[in-house]
Design a binder for this molecule. Structure first.
Ligand code: PXL
Length: 275
């Protein structure tokens, strides 16, 4: 039987808007990786779209994961994104610890989904922000956007002051615990968007995509899902970030060319076979 890497993916499922599990599953599958979802919440659409309905699944998670444990299920990676409650963040930490005890080589990727454009998402509380900082320290690689970088380092959000050096020095503060790679996404750099890869003891590097003229919800989830798949395929963090920036860039160009409404998110499906 071919070895197909297996990822436990802790994200919500939003029925409309192309984010979280509805991007992680197709992207990982297209890369030849099995994505085993752990749905953290069910939403009718993501929280950036009006009239969303949100159902937190925290109470179901312990039994869900116990069922996996009783079957002895093993994972090559744990990948988390949008989490529905503070308690849930602790549950993900517990699952990471158990996974690493069984497979010390497992890749742990935490996308610390907290907010964008300088503010927390609707469902994210101050307690969740603090817990997310703990969770991030148990990951090999984290992928905060600029807002999340500021929220996690108690830094006022002033994107105009975010030079590459400043971003790298804030990223360095997040290299605690297990974390060896911080990829800061969505840095506005004029006609490009930069994603800065920081690893302690190495010069920082940048993976660029074209600049988008409007917010693209879900772009961070698409980016992190490609990074996850590429890290599992043996790419270096910079090569993984470069592949992710290129994929998001192509999808963003199409989204703008089609003038797709905000609620559609990023039109990525036509590019899946290129992964
Ligand atoms: O794209 C991040 C994300 C994921 N899941 C949900 C969200 C958001 C951002 O708004 O609302 C439910």
């Amino acid at each position: 039987m071919p070895t197909i890497p297996r990822v436990a993916a802790f994200h919500d499922i939003s029925g409309y808007g192309r984010c979280s599990l509805t991007v992680a599953i197709p992207i990982l599958s297209a890369m030849g990786i099995q994505c085993c979802p752990v749905p953290t919440a069910v939403l009718s659409c993501h929280t950036g779209i009006p009239h969303y309905r949100f159902f937190d699944l925290t109470d179901f998670l312990p039994a869900y994961l116990e069922g996996w444990e009783e079957n002895g299920m093993l994972f090559d990676a744990v990948y988390s994104g949008f989490l529905g409650s503070c308690r849930q963040i602790g549950i993900v930490r517990g699952f990471i610890e158990k996974t690493l005890a069984k497979n010390p080589d497992a890749v742990i990727l935490v996308d610390p989904v907290l907010g964008d454009d300088g503010r927390l998402y609707d469902t994210v509380t101050e307690d969740m922000r603090r817990e997310m900082i703990h969770l991030a320290a148990s990951a090999d690689c984290i992928t905060p956007n600029i807002t999340e970088l500021c929220l996690m380092t108690d830094t006022p959000y002033r994107p105009e002051e975010m030079t590459a050096e400043r971003v790298a020095s804030l990223a360095a503060r997040l290299c605690t615990g297990r974390t060896k790679t911080v990829i800061v996404t969505g840095i506005d750099a004029g006609d490009e968007v930069h994603n800065l890869v920081y690893r302690p003891g190495e010069p920082y590097a940048v993976a660029a995509s074209p600049h988008f003229s409007r917010p693209l919800p879900g772009a961070g989830d698409i980016f992190a899902s490609v990074v996850c798949g590429k890290l599992l395929s043996g790419y270096t963090p910079l090569a993984a970030a470069t592949a992710a920036a290129s994929f998001v860039g192509k999808a963003a160009v199409l989204t703008e060319a089609e003038n797709a409404p905000f609620a559609e998110g990023v039109l990525f499906e036509p590019f899946l076979r290129e992964l």
